[in-house]
Design a protein around this ligand. Sequence first.
Ligand code: GLA
Length: 414
Amino acid sequence: MQYVGYWSYLLISLVLAVILLFNTFHPPIAMKSALIRSTFENKFKQSPEILVNAPGRINLIGEHTDYNDGFVLPAAIDKSIVFAVGKRTDNLLKFHSVDLDESFEIPLEDLKKSDKSWANYLIGVTKELIDNNHEIPTGFELTFGGDIPLGAGLSSSAAVACGLGFALNELFDLKLDRKDLALIAQKAEHNFAGVNCGIMDMYASLFGVENEVILLDCRDIRHRYFAFDFPDYAIVLCNTGVKHNLADSEYNTRRKECEAGVYLLQQINPEIKSLRDVSVSFFAKHRTKLPLLEMKRCRFVVTEIERVVWGCEALSQGDLRMFGSYMYQTHWGLSGDYEVSCKELDFLVKNTEQSEAVLGSRMMGGGFGGCTINIVRKDVVNDFIKKQTADYKEQFDLKLDCYVVKPSDGVKLV
Ligand code: GLA
């Protein structure tokens, strides 16, 4: 008896030690998962079959290049959404958003857009899977929530879509690979959210790897990784807290303006299929054939595609200062030529320009609000955040939220 007591004591201590160790290295995921799981158990009176962690993303360089067949350099981050999912015996889909404390349900055979925008991403992914002949034989139920700030341009919606796609792939053994899942999630965003986004956000959420950035060629949808592990520097995001309502409509307009530019450039060289096919020197020679607006849009994209290549070159030489100078070029191109910045973003970027300890700063994502991404020397991160927050408050009377993030693993089972 004493012997059994000893062994069970040892076993419990061992389990506790493993949990402690796990929590030490993955505190946010472990804590988020516990809440999402317990909410699932309370709501649905059973245990979830799987837990999935789906991260948001940053983009180091390569903005508005994905839908022009160019290069991007994103990474998944250590802010994510966790899902708890289980099958049902009937044909209902039951969703519960832990962060919003809202529930929604819909029958599998009648998937259509709802008036709850958060639910639309989930309905959209399920519908895209079915429309692409992947069988979802029964209903399912889920709870989800996390710490990706909404409307900050960190692709919480891509994380939701990719997380659910990944979960359903596991649950119903659909045999899809990560690239298939990225394409399904992208279609869901096109058809259910009405934004004709590129593939970058989904790809980053699914293909992220700790301490690596992803060089994605959006023409053939292939990638390679570059190490982004600089012990003396941190990636700091400054969230303006604004999202000007032009964002979605202007995004679709930019796509059209680029297409119009491509059409005109095709008249000079019919081989040109997208702005990816236009070199900086070719563009410089022929740019006067384009109206001013299209010229500016295309000039930004053509140079930005090339900048990603230079940026990767700088990274592979460990030259973060050079990389940072490209980030500034990107920002002012997005602001001047592409016209997707706003006064809040411009202010935050400008405010870093005199600082030796900030290597690079720029707006990130679609634009018209959201975050700036900054490469800041680690020993001054707190001072940097204090100064940006105070100056932003003084200038706009707005609160600035800042997050230190790092390249992390993509969507995975918890
Ligand atoms: C949004 C879109 C992406 C990409 C960026 C701009 O985040 O979802 O596909 O186009 O804007 O680079």
